[in-house]
Design a protein around this ligand. Sequence first.
Ligand code: TAP
Length: 482
Amino acid sequence: MPTFEYAPAPESRAVVDIRNSYGLFVGGEFVDAEGGTAFKTVNPATEEVLAEVAEAGEADVDAAVRAARNAYTRVWSRMSGADRGKYLYRIARIIQERAREFAVLETLDNGKPIRESRDVDVPLVAAHFFYHAGWADKLEYASLGADPRPVGVVGQVIPWNFPLLMLAWKVAPALACGNTVVLKPAETTPLTALLFAEVCQQADLPPGVVNIVTGAGATGQAIVDHPGIDKLAFTGSTAVGKMIARSIAGTRKKATLELGGKAANIVFDDAAIDQAVEGIVDGIFFNQGHVCCAGSRILVQESIAEELDHRLKRRLGTLRVGDPLDKNTDVGAINSRTQLERIEEMVKVGEAEGAERWDSGCDLPVDGFWFRPTVFSNVSQSHRIAQEEIFGPVVSVLTFRTPGEAVAKANNTPYGLSAGIWTEKGSRILWMADQLRAGVVWANTFNKFDPTSPFGGYKESGYGREGGRHGLEAYVKTGAGE
Ligand code: TAP
């Protein structure tokens, strides 16, 4: 099908001022790492080195935990909820004021289209801080239990797919409840967290309330193992989540784990089919499919499978893959070479298993890390591409005949993070939502996020909830406890 030609509409990167090198943010200041080691962060769309970032070792993590403890004991846990709320409102407003800067920086460091960082990530980040600012002085009315009090110093480790948004999901509730934090962003996407550190300075947040230590897995492990951490909040892969659960077993540390997913997006024969196609596109090609709750398995009722296949592929032919800073771009760059290799490997596995591979055939830029929107059909339940997370722009299509079969297939995965249902029938939506073992079920939509709504998984997708009133629970202790 012919597609419209667009003139390029690149967002200017002049709005961001990236330093050559960054230190760690500890006790309200940027400091050098003790060992003096650093790593580079690159723009995945061009492979250009954006900056050098300090790598925190155990001594740096220890300094950050001590700064957080100091701030907790002396200032933050003693402050009234209303006063804590004022800081959170201030942070939210500064993020809104600097929204364009954050969006461009996120797109440069992560590879996601500017359309998404500008219209989804950054507005949701501000919304999370506004929402939790509102809770700060109302915790005793949140049905959390008697006398809700902060837990203490919280260690937070986040992934690269929504770098600033995952920071907001972690930092906003922790601070609202009176905790202080030591956060590690992912190695490939540290820059917006470091810009957030500047926002903390601009908001005059008391030093040590937020500490940001950059580094790779070993830095994350040092946070997990530090005896001064009272609670851990982790988002990332199920494999690392399991390691963390093992590391803290037998300690007094509390933890919430937000892990992987393999969501079913279920399309019934009475669904508005073009809307369902848009929902599928949003479900798996949003953020290059680097989404834990991505609708990576389409379950389509057999009678409309052929029509859906035709319409979906026609639609995918119109997706624009390329320069993430171009406002016309639908699908940006894969976040890293490592992730691209993982996707390529899983696609080879799918072909070897006998599934039928199709891709949109679009041109790809020469430099950087790219993958075409890809559809696998003739997939069966036992295929690895139907069971394992690919975390890229690749979707597997399976069919079903009855609602019962759809439920059985949707639930047949080690994960349980999200699911989608497309049907005109309200009673079927309610019945399905009741049967599906998924933390979030969307009906006639997909990938909708809101700070007021709890998010989290069942089974190997982890435990604990983030967002909404439920998300506060992990950040308080109640009753007569110590
Ligand atoms: P991971 O390798 O698990 O990395 C997540 C974070 O943990 C990163 O900051 C990582 O550091 C750090 N880390 C790695 N090894 C660690 C260790 N031994 N101890 C402590 N921290 C450690 O995941 P990823 O490949 O970056 O992200 C993709 C995965 O995250 C997918 O499976 C996806 O489903 C999942 N995810 C889940 C959600 C939710 S909400 N459930 C959201 C986003 C992503 P480095 O990156 O610097 O190595």
